[in-house]
Design a protein around this ligand. Structure first.
Ligand SMILES: [Cu+2]
Length: 167
């Protein structure tokens, strides 16, 4: 009797170990489970409250996320959406003040990283287009979870906002 219970416990342990390993592998490989909509996050990837932006963020298309940074509202759009690995993605940033007036005097660059691993630097500069809009193209070089840092410089002030997307 004791022998049988021991055997069942051993099988259960093995099943659990295999399950845990496969979960870990699918996470590391950036498998289908890594797909995640574009969202605004804090610097460490945590959720941020968009309460004050509720009126804006409620109407956003799926390829766009928005957040506030100091006196600025930063919106990021990705095209195509969802993005695919290895193909160039277009990044569009729209920058306004808290009243919705476009901010044209910023210089913006991006830092594309993967929180789960080291990746070669992928830091394109954005070009100013018009009316608070800035644009650039860059590839997501592999599938998985990406963090997009939007680095905004105005005069001697530098601010970053962050967005996550999984592909
Ligand atoms: Cu990677």
């Amino acid at each position: 009797m004791m022998k049988k219970i021991g055997f069942v416990a051993l099988i259960a342990l093995i099943v659990f170990a295999v399950f845990a390993m496969s979960m870990r592998r699918s996470h590391m490989m950036g498998g289908a489970g890594a797909q995640q909509d574009l969202v605004a996050v804090s610097a460490d990837g945590g959720q941020i409250s968009l309460e004050e932006l509720a009126s804006i963020s409620a109407e956003l298309p799926k390829n766009t996320a928005v957040q506030q940074s100091g006196e600025m509202i930063v919106s990021l759009s990705l095209n195509p959406y969802p993005p695919s690995a290895g193909q160039p993605s277009q990044f569009d940033v729209a920058l306004t003040d808290l009243n919705g007036n476009p901010i044209d005097d910023a210089s913006i660059s991006l830092d594309l990283t993967m929180p789960s691993m080291w990746m070669p630097p992928n830091q394109p500069d954005m070009q100013f287009v018009s009316d608070g809009k800035y644009s650039t193209t860059a590839p997501f070089t592999m599938r998985g979870g990406w963090r997009i840092e939007v680095i905004i410089t105005r005069g001697d002030q530098k601010q970053s906002v962050f967005f996550d997307v999984g592909l």
